[in-house]
Ligand binder design. Structure first.
Ligand SMILES: [Zn+2]
Length: 157
């Protein structure tokens, strides 16, 4: 038997170290937390994606009394982005969370279902979507896309 390790490449930044473009995407994700509908969890998640046409599309989590009917911020965002701009490729996706009066100190990462949804749009565009996971203390950037968060994923490119 042989052991193999999976290496996930993540870059760690402070907000001031981000490029101006990345700051815009992060700021849009943070702003989107104000549009969350979270009467049950009170955990507001915002996401924003920069498209190759220059547009930034943002979305937030939307809860429902029938829990499976709700949607995470990440899926709200990528579904809306593709519905609105079906020809555009997604370049960078940022995620932020706000609860108890402040943004989360540590980076927040997407759930498994959202990782799979993000992968779908990477496959469609045949290129990775950079992922920025925002935290007040530190920010994680996945330059290689969702494969850093979804190892051994089925991918066509
Ligand atoms: Zn999710």
């Amino acid at each position: 038997m042989e052991h193999k390790n999976i290496v996930t490449k993540i870059e760690v930044y402070s907000y001031n170290e981000l490029t101006e473009e990345d700051k815009k995407v992060v700021d849009a994700a943070k702003k989107a937390t104000t549009t969350s509908y979270t009467p049950y969890s009170h955990f507001n998640v915002g996401a924003a994606v920069l498209l190759d046409n220059g547009e930034i599309v943002a979305g937030s989590n939307q809860e429902n009394a029938a829990f499976p009917s709700g949607t995470c911020a990440e899926r709200t965002t990528v579904f809306y982005a593709h519905a609105r701009y079906p020809e555009a490729k997604m370049l960078t996706l940022a995620i932020a969370a706000y609860a108890d009066g402040h943004f989360q100190a540590k980076p927040i990462s997407p759930c498994g279902a959202c990782r799979q949804a993000i992968l779908e749009y990477e496959n469609l565009a045949k290129q990775p979507i950079r992922i920025i996971l925002y935290g007040e203390d530190e920010i994680y950037v996945c330059p290689d896309g969702i494969s850093s968060l979804l190892p051994f994923c089925f991918t066509e490119f």
